[in-house]
Design a protein around this ligand. Structure first.
Ligand SMILES: Nc1ncnc2c1ncn2[C@@H]1O[C@H](COP(=O)(O)OP(=O)(O)OP(=O)(O)O)[C@@H](O)[C@H]1O
Ligand SMILES: [Mg+2]
Length: 258
C-alpha cells in the first residue's frame, strides 16, 4: 500500500466561467518527488494555490497527513509543514538575501509590538537563532556568499535558489515548487536539480514540482501527474506517463514518438 502525504479529491476552481481546475484528483506519495506537468493554462498553479491556501477551491477536498486543510489560510497550512515557492519570485528586493530568509520563518514574535515590549530578550535570542538557520539554509542552496547582498541584485537563477531557501527555512515536510528552473541557466539548473534530489534523500522532504522542461521534471521525479484543461488525465511513473498516447497527443507532440 502506498503512503500518501497529500490527497486531492475532486478539486474544482473556476474564474468566471473558466474552469481552471475541473474535478482534479491525485495523491502525493510521502518521501517521493512528484512532477506536476501539463500545457500552459492546465491548472497547475491554481492547484498549488489551493493546496497552499492562497485560493479556496469551489469544491473538493485536500487532506494533508489525514487532516482536512481545504479551507485553512496559508499561515496555518505553512505551520502544518507545507511550504511553497511562487512562479514569479516574491523576494523583497531592498532587503538582504539573509533577511529575506529570516522573514520567511513562521516564528517571528518580533512582528507584534507587545512582544517587542515584553519579550525583548527572547526576541534577541530568536533573531540570532533565525540568523544561524538562515546561514545554514543559504549554504544548502549555494548562496552563502550572497548572504549580505541585497536580494534585488541577484540574477534570475539566484532568485530561484533564494525562493527554494525561503521554502526550506522551517524544515517543511512537503515543498511545492512552481517552475523552479524557469529562466535559470543550465549550470545553475543542474545545481538546483541536484539540491532537490539531495534534500529529498537526506532530509526526506516530499516535493511536488511544476515544470515546463519535461526532460528535467521527469528525470527529477519518481512520479508524474499530467493535467490538461483543468483535469488530471494521468498519474504514474515517468515512463508510464510519458509513453501514454494521451500525453503525447495533448502535449509532447511527435518528438517523443518512437
Ligand atoms: N487569478 C486568476 N484570475 C482569473 N483567471 C485565472 C487566475 N489564475 C488562473 N487563471 C486561469 O486559470 C487557468 C489555469 O491557470 P494556471 O495558472 O493554474 O495554469 P498553469 O497550468 O499553471 O499554466 P502555466 O504553465 O502557464 O503556468 C488559465 O486559463 C488561467 O488564465
Ligand atoms: Mg503556472
Amino acid at each position: 500500500m502506498t503512503d500518501s502525504i497529500l490527497n486531492i479529491e475532486l478539486l474544482e476552481k473556476s474564474f468566471g466561467g473558466n474552469k481552471a481546475v475541473d474535478e482534479a484528483s491525485f495523491a502525493i506519495e510521502r518521501g517521493k518527488i512528484t512532477g506536476l506537468i501539463g500545457p500552459n493554462g492546465a491548472g497547475k498553479t491554481t492547484c498549488f494555490n489551493c493546496i497552499a491556501g492562497n485560493i479556496v477551491p469551489d469544491n473538493g477536498s485536500i487532506t494533508f497527513n489525514g487532516d482536512d486543510i481545504t479551507e485553512l489560510p496559508p499561515h496555518k497550512i505553512f505551520k502544518l509543514g507545507i511550504s511553497r515557492t511562487f512562479q514569479i519570485p516574491q523576494e523583497l528586493t531592498m532587503l538582504t538575501v539573509q533577511e529575506n530568509l529570516m522573514l520567511a520563518s513562521k516564528n517571528q514574535l518580533g512582528e507584534r509590538f507587545y512582544n517587542n515590549w515584553f519579550l525583548g530578550k527572547r526576541i534577541g535570542e530568536q533573531e540570532s537563532n533565525l540568523q544561524s538557520r538562515a546561514i545554514e539554509v543559504l549554504s544548502t542552496v549555494g548562496l552563502a556568499d550572497k548572504a549580505l547582498d541585497l536580494a534585488g541584485t541577484l540574477s534570475g537563477g539566484q532568485r530561484k535558489l533564494l525562493e527554494l531557501g525561503r521554502a526550506l527555512m522551517e524544515e517543511p515536510e512537503l515543498v511545492l515548487l512552481d517552475e523552479p528552473n524557469a529562466g535559470v541557466n543550465p549550470k545553475l539548473a543542474n545545481q538546483l536539480v541536484a539540491k532537490i534530489k539531495e534534500l529529498n534523500k537526506t532530509l526526506k522532504i516530499t516535493f511536488l514540482i511544476i515544470g515546463h522542461d519535461i526532460d528535467v521534471v521527469s528525470n527529477l521525479s519518481d512520479r508524474l501527474v499530467f493535467m490538461s484543461a483543468g483535469k488530471v488525465l494521468l498519474e504514474g511513473s515517468p515512463d508510464e506517463v510519458l509513453n501514454s498516447s494521451i500525453v503525447q497527443d495533448a502535449y509532447l507532440g511527435s518528438q517523443y514518438r518512437e
